[in-house]
Ligand binder design. Sequence first.
Ligand SMILES: CC(C)(COP(=O)(O)OP(=O)(O)OC[C@H]1O[C@@H](n2cnc3c(N)ncnc32)[C@H](O)[C@@H]1OP(=O)(O)O)[C@@H](O)C(=O)NCCC(=O)NCCS
Length: 169
Amino acid sequence: MIDFRPLTEADFPILCEWLNSPHMRAHYQKTPTTIEEVQGKYSERLSPSHPTHCHIAFYRGKPFGMLQCYLLRNYPDFASEMGEHDGVAVDLFIGEPRFMGRGLGKAMLRSYVLNVVPSIFPQDCKCFICHAKENKIAIRGSLSAGFLPYRDVIEGGVESLLLSFDRPI
Ligand SMILES: CC(C)(COP(=O)(O)OP(=O)(O)OC[C@H]1O[C@@H](n2cnc3c(N)ncnc32)[C@H](O)[C@@H]1OP(=O)(O)O)[C@@H](O)C(=O)NCCC(=O)NCCS
């Protein structure tokens, strides 16, 4: 029921709309953004050679969220904050508010780490996701997707929980 495809330039308007949704303010996109900023930030990520790989998630053919994955070792500052330098980090959000709270967040995360991440990073079996301690829904969703609490970290000055997922080989 959930499909993924790589982000394209044609997704930038909806991505901008999603990032500016009120539910994104608390944790993922703390300040409003413009279409020019979205283009500036995400255009370079469209190249398969960019270290961050972005995907749009679809439910029954309707786009509803975005995920991205990247090797920690390509982002040494973030890796230092996490205290981990190997493995794949994942970020995610549901952009369409009407798709929230229906089990799709946990389902898309599990499907992504089992089906998409291995196709991009076949050698790396460990995935990480980091959530602010206050983001209880995200933490519950990641636990339900099969992640386990790994360590407490401070991300960007915010008390957070790093969770890990070991993909079966
Ligand atoms: C985090 C996010 C992806 C979760 O997706 P979701 O579809 O809303 O959540 P799910 O329906 O999969 O539910 C996840 C868990 O939270 C619980 N939950 C969901 N909505 C809830 C609510 N409003 N109140 C209390 N619990 C809630 C669910 O019961 C589930 O827990 P369980 O598996 O133990 O039953 C989504 O809420 C989101 O995009 N939030 C904004 C961006 C964000 O915070 N991203 C993560 C930062 S890295």
